[in-house]
Design a protein around this ligand. Structure first.
Ligand code: GDP
Ligand code: MG
Length: 181
């Protein structure tokens, strides 16, 4: 795709260490699952150009944060100007879901009222699931997340679909904004 994109969106990938942020980013960008990605130091930056069903060209910039406490100081600066945040939790770990309020707080302070997507990762590990879909959905509503999704970077299940959903929602919002101006 050589021509300029119609829209560019900056997405933040957030959540505790080891929930699968880097694996998901990598799977979406390259289509491949890497078994043991190296630890994300600070923040990594990726971008992908896609063409939607309506022929619009969109460039997605994905900012993958190191989930470790020692990297969190970077977040306020990097979250400025982002269009959406993807908060990942691991469906086999209740603890990873419970850190959502902390991340929401940081995002709201620095990026304002952008959509936050609650994403259950590692959906291939159904046998080890501890967070039910119902509980996650309830949590999503309670914390005013825009949408709850589940996916697997390992199998690729629901990965393309989730990014498509997020991109289309952002495009709808851009259109609404343009209409009111
Ligand atoms: P990050 O710290 O959030 O960036 O997490 P990583 O992407 O580094 O992944 C942490 C660990 O979880 C790695 O061992 C991955 O191979 C594993 N992992 C990531 N995504 C999945 C998934 O969808 N399914 C399974 N079974 N394991 C995953
Ligand atoms: Mg990482």
């Amino acid at each position: 795709m050589s021509s300029a994109p119609d829209f560019t969106y900056k997405l933040l990938m957030l959540g505790d260490a080891s929930v699968g942020k880097t694996s998901l980013t990598h799977r979406y960008i390259t289509g491949v699952f890497v078994d043991s990605p190296r630890l994300t130091i600070g923040v990594d930056f990726f971008s992908k150009k896609i063409k939607l069903a309506n022929d619009k060209k969109v460039k997605l910039q994905i900012w993958d944060f190191g989930g470790e406490e020692r990297f969190r100081f970077l977040l306020p600066t990097y979250s400025k100007g982002s269009n959406a945040a993807l908060f990942l939790y691991d469906i086999t770990s209740q603890k990873t879901l419970e850190s959502l309020p902390l991340w929401i707080d940081i995002v709201r302070k620095n990026a304002g009222n952008i959509p936050i997507f609650l994403i259950g990762s590692k959906s291939d590990l159904e046998d080890h699931r501890v967070v039910t879909k119902e509980a996650a959905l309830e949590y999503s509503n309670k914390h005013l997340c825009t949408k709850h999704l589940e996916l697997s970077a390992k199998t690729g299940a629901n990965v393309e679909e989730s990014f498509e959903y997020i991109t289309e929602l952002l495009m709808d919002e851009s259109k609404k904004l343009a209409d009111t101006q």
